[in-house]
Structures are given as C-alpha cells and as structure tokens.
Design a protein around this ligand. Structure first.
Ligand SMILES: [Zn+2]
Length: 277
C-alpha cells in the first residue's frame, strides 16, 4: 500500500512531465474512482486544465491547475499512475482512467482493488480539505520532536495506532510505522502516552530516517506499486522488520515476531522493542 515515500517518488517522476501540460482528453472508466461525483462531471471539469504544479501532502498526490482547481489523487491499496511519453500505454484490464496530454503523452491510472480516488476541488477548497484530515508533514524542517510529543501526549492508544493516524503525522502507513518503531526501539503496542522524552525524540528521528530511506529507494514494491515508467521500487530489500517474521533482527539476532496491532499485521524485535521496561 503506497505511503509517503511511494507517493513522493511518483510525484518526483511526474512533475517534470506534467507541469505546463494541458489535459486534452480525459476518460474515466470506473464510477468508483470519483464517487460520490459522476465521472462525466469530473471529466468536464478536468478537460482543458493546465498543470501548474505536482505536489504531495501525506499520501495524497496533488495536481494543481492554472485555474486554481486541483485534482487530489489517492492511490489507496493498489492504485498506480503510468506515464507514456509517446502516448502508447499497454492495454490493461485494470486501467480506471486515462488522460491525453497536449504533448501527445498519456497518463493512465491503474487500480486492481479499486479503492483509489480522484477528487476535483475548486479554488480555495484544497487547503481546508487537507487541513481537516492531515497532521504535519514529517519531512518538513518545521516538524520537530516536540510536535510529535504533543500529538502523542495523553493518548492511551498503542503508539503504532497513534502514528498510523494521519492527523498525528501525515503519510506514515503500516510499513514505515513498523520500520520506524524498530529503529526507535519502541514496542508497537506501548501506550502512546507512556513514551518518555528520549523515546519520542528517537521515534521522531526514526520516522524521518525510515521515510527518507524509502524515498531514496524509490518506494517499496510488494505487489502493485510501480513508478510511472512501470519500474518497481527497491525499498522492499531494505526492510528491517516488515514482513520478516522468523528472520534474525539485524541488531541483536533475535527472530523477528509478528503480531496484530490496530488491526494491522505488525513486525517487531521482541528483544530490542520491549513492552515493559
Ligand atoms: Zn533486535
């Protein structure tokens, strides 16, 4: 499931080929993509729009248009975007939308599980929409350890559930949460409010380090995630705990264990990440 590093990788690949280009033709083949809005209306609002910027907020990809409108794309579980400079995308039973750009290139949206969404927002709607749903960007310099501390304070929820909450910190999902907690040596089931100042500092750094490594490796491809040219990411070869049940912790050699926290499969080292001090 794409998280911040995967969406950021897509953003970096698409910005140079989309900025300045206009949406000449738009086709939406799946009404679920734009729910509760009719695909026909969304197509009409997108047609002719010229891309002014390609941005990211949390796990959202944001296409800003000259008109002030924006298109908010969420990949959810299996969504991915493909860009074909020559305009020829391979035929694909899972393509849900297709955009023809004014330079002859094509942008396709593929989504096997069909949870991905496209939402067109009018000028002025984007910031309040995102502000209501997302906390700070973890890689912004303005995001400090004390901001994370304030967001964890008083919460009885497991710390993993707290950092999966997009209002705590934007863009962290199941993979990078497990990787960050291992780096910080914090057990995923610890109550968020029980972390001391040193642990919060370690977690703050760990979240940023795990996300930065994910971006450097162009995201993790387990099943569906691909770069816009179709290439896989490489972060899956860098996992310290995620999906590595029974393999030795690279810090201490103890076999990595799997449990369930906040309803999600969760991997951790039982020796490095203690529940009780
Ligand atoms: Zn360990």
């Amino acid at each position: 499931m794409p998280e911040l590093p995967e969406v950021e990788t897509v953003r970096r690949a698409l910005a140079p080929v989309l900025v300045g280009r206009s949406f000449q033709r738009v086709r939406i083949d799946d009404a679920r993509l734009t729910r509760p809005f009719e695909p026909g209306g969304v197509v009409r609002r997108l047609r002719g729009e010229r891309v002014a910027g390609v941005e990211r907020r949390g796990k959202y990809l944001v296409l800003r248009f000259d008109s002030g409108r924006s298109l908010l794309v969420h990949l959810r579980m299996t969504g991915s975007l493909r860009h074909a400079p020559g305009g020829r995308l391979d035929s694909d039973a899972y393509r849900r939308a297709l955009v023809r750009l004014d330079d002859g290139s094509a942008l396709g949206f593929r989504d096997v599980r069909r949870f991905g969404t496209w939402l067109v927002l009018e000028p002025g709607e984007l910031e309040p929409y995102l502000a209501a749903r997302l906390g700070p960007e973890p890689l912004e310099p303005s995001f400090r350890g004390r901001d994370l501390a304030a967001r964890l304070a008083g919460r009885r929820a497991p710390v993993k559930a707290a950092i999966l909450d997009q209002r705590t910190v934007a863009g962290v999902g199941n993979i990078y949460a497990d990787e960050a907690l291992w780096r910080a040596r914090v057990h995923p089931r610890r109550e968020a409010r029980s972390l001391d100042a040193g642990e919060v500092q370690a977690l703050h750094r760990a979240i940023r380090d795990a996300l930065r490594l994910g971006i450097a490796r162009q995201g993790s491809t387990l099943t569906d995630y691909r770069l816009p040219d179709g290439a896989p990411g490489g972060m899956q070869d860098e996992f310290r705990v995620y999906g590595r049940e029974g393999e030795p912790c690279e810090r201490c050699g103890t076999p990595v264990e799997r449990t369930v926290v906040a309803g999600r499969g969760t991997w951790y080292c039982p020796a490095c990440q203690r529940l009780e001090a």
